[in-house]
Design a protein around this ligand. Sequence first.
Ligand SMILES: Cc1ncc(COP(=O)(O)O)c(C=O)c1O
Length: 404
Amino acid sequence: MFKINENYQKLPGSYLFSTIAKKVNAYSTANPDRQMIRLGIGDVTQPIAPAIIEAMHKAVDEMGKAETFHGYAPDLGYDFLRSAIVKNDYEARGCDISTDEIFVSDGAKSDSANIQEIFGVDNKIAVCDPVYPVYVDSNVMAGRTGTYDAATEMWSDVIYMPCTMENNFVPEFPKETPDIIYLCLPNNPTGTTVTKAQLQTWVDYANKVGAVIIYDAAYEAYISESDVAHSIYECEGAKTCAIELRSFSKNAGFTGVRLGYTVVPKELKCGDVSLNSMWARRHGTKFNGAPYIVQRAGEAVYSEAGKAQLKEQVGYYMKNAATIKAGLNEAGYTVFGGVNAPYIWLKTPDKMTSWEFFDYLLENANVVGTPGSGFGPNGEGYFRLTAFGTYENTVAALERIKKL
Ligand SMILES: Cc1ncc(COP(=O)(O)O)c(C=O)c1O
């Protein structure tokens, strides 16, 4: 008789966004006349930029001719894309990363969930609390997190680093030494980040204690302040302790196109074992390459026209962020984020729980947001709104919220 992976049985409830979708569907079915505004899930709304569409059309045409047809892509990504990544995301910022340290993938969700696989099951992970739920859940599936306490909503073998108003949402070094540290900066959901100098202290800490940092920089394109690092490799010594995850979803609207990459430096080693070789082996066995058409689309992100168009797109979303921030401040809310990230994190009013505020906003303003508690126990009492809606919907949502 076959046996299942019992670790899956330990996962509490369903994935956060499925729960939200169910609640919103139930409300919409019962109230079909209401116009919902969705500022919940971090999905983009603006179309793919023209320079990228042009590149995709060209690649589609190539696929239709025997002379230019492409079958399986190289496991680790086409050179044209890996070179564009190195030149624009690293060389331009003074980081010494080479093409064979770049692993092209179908997005940061799969990479952030899969990367734990190259580490032993007895490693102790540390996560910011609140944070993107995939890091903890993927470690639960692997059997690395111990037992779940429903009362505290915490796992016995996970080190939680609280990020709250009291510490400006900046994690502090944990009392217990971790083996694997997940840092998501700028942060989802708090929308806050750290300075380059603060990030350097994390790199120094990881090198000192022999930990590896999994650095999720999915929101890098939204950084507006000059003292914030765009890549962890801007910090001295990061190549011996950090893996960086990147996504094309938020900077270029590829949530439905699917493209991302992971950087595993060759200097990152456990004894004599190179993590770069391990990830190459894993990728080669379990991934058959991102599609040619999509990688050409990714290359166009770095073209002059692509860069200019995407700067405008990020600016569009950041205008929404400023609109949400200003509107909420006017309505008397305590608000964070929205400066280096497309997320606005607010304190729920009148000591409402995150889910109570979710229901309140859904029923009274027909606005959908995300309860902070869905991102970890220290997210309780907070709520996330995204700047990824259309400008018109964002303005309308804030008008409704101000009237409450
Ligand atoms: C922190 C973080 N990492 C990764 C992802 C997923 O990115 P991708 O669309 O590339 O899978 C998200 C998506 O919301 C995210 O918030």
